[in-house]
Design a binder for this molecule. Structure first.
Ligand SMILES: NC(=O)c1ccc[n+]([C@@H]2O[C@H](COP(=O)([O-])OP(=O)(O)OC[C@H]3O[C@@H](n4cnc5c(N)ncnc54)[C@H](OP(=O)(O)O)[C@@H]3O)[C@@H](O)[C@H]2O)c1
Length: 204
């Protein structure tokens, strides 16, 4: 299974490292020349994984988006045919949005003939790199209309070490999931708890 990561900064870089560790074939669909952040990532995961967005997408069944939301139109304009591919949207449209859509998920669902899911957006990238607190895994959440894409997102969340990947609902819950991300940001940054915090669902 080949995964293309577009946007290999904090979130995309963390996911790349986790999935490579688990044996997935990971390509980075990048801008060139490579940015400082990508040069550093290349020393960790290998420069040969970095190629153009179009070239990486052509070779992959799965695409993970972790860019600023407002550049999705530019990326989608360059990636060629994505029909039938699974696209995981890890972005949050906080501040800038992919106008006229409220989220990247909505943009992709409306413009691409792909299987789209929102996941990996609700926690800080540090928790993607290390999803364990006191030896217990934290949880991931996902939402979207494609059951196929959700199955893949769940597999990839468990591969990172998340305990469970809960289904938050269909596409109408995607904005709620972005609000969930905002809730983490509120506690971690605005209320000053710091970024070493996470959510886990407990059941009686
Ligand atoms: N930071 C977090 O903890 C966190 C957690 C959950 C979700 N998110 C969401 O995830 C997304 C990424 O956040 P981040 O913190 O990982 O950002 P980041 O570290 O700034 O990384 C952004 C990445 O997007 C790439 N990029 C920007 N414009 C592009 C374009 N036109 N074409 C291709 N690639 C482009 C950048 O490439 P260059 O290096 O070449 O500029 C970089 O690799 C945001 O939507 C954010 O809201 C962030």
């Amino acid at each position: 299974m080949t995964i293309t990561i577009i946007g290999s900064g904090n979130v995309g870089g963390a996911l790349a490292q986790q999935w490579i560790k688990k044996g997935y074939n990971v390509l980075i669909g990048s801008q060139f020349p490579l940015s400082e952040k990508n040069i550093k990532l290349a020393t960790q995961i290998g420069e040969d994984r970095f190629t153009t967005v179009a070239n990486a997408v052509k070779q992959s069944e799965i695409i993970l988006i972790a860019t600023p939301p407002e550049v999705i139109g530019e990326i989608a304009g360059s990636w060629g045919d994505v029909s039938g591919k699974i696209i995981i949207d890890a972005t949050n449209s906080i501040g800038k949005k992919p106008d006229p859509y409220p989220t990247v998920y909505h943009y992709l669902s409306d413009t691409c003939n792909a299987e789209v899911v929102k996941a990996f957006n609700t926690t800080g990238y540090e928790n993607i790199l290390d999803p364990f607190y006191n030896g217990e895994p934290i949880d991931m959440l996902m939402a979207g209309d494609s059951e196929k894409a959700k199955k893949t997102a769940e597999e990839l969340a468990l591969a990172c070490g998340f305990g469970k990947c809960y289904d938050f609902g269909k596409g109408d819950k995607v904005e709620l999931l972005e609000k969930f991300a905002l809730s983490w940001i509120n506690l971690a940054i605005i209320q000053g708890m710091g970024r070493d915090i996470a959510f886990r669902i407990v059941k009686r």
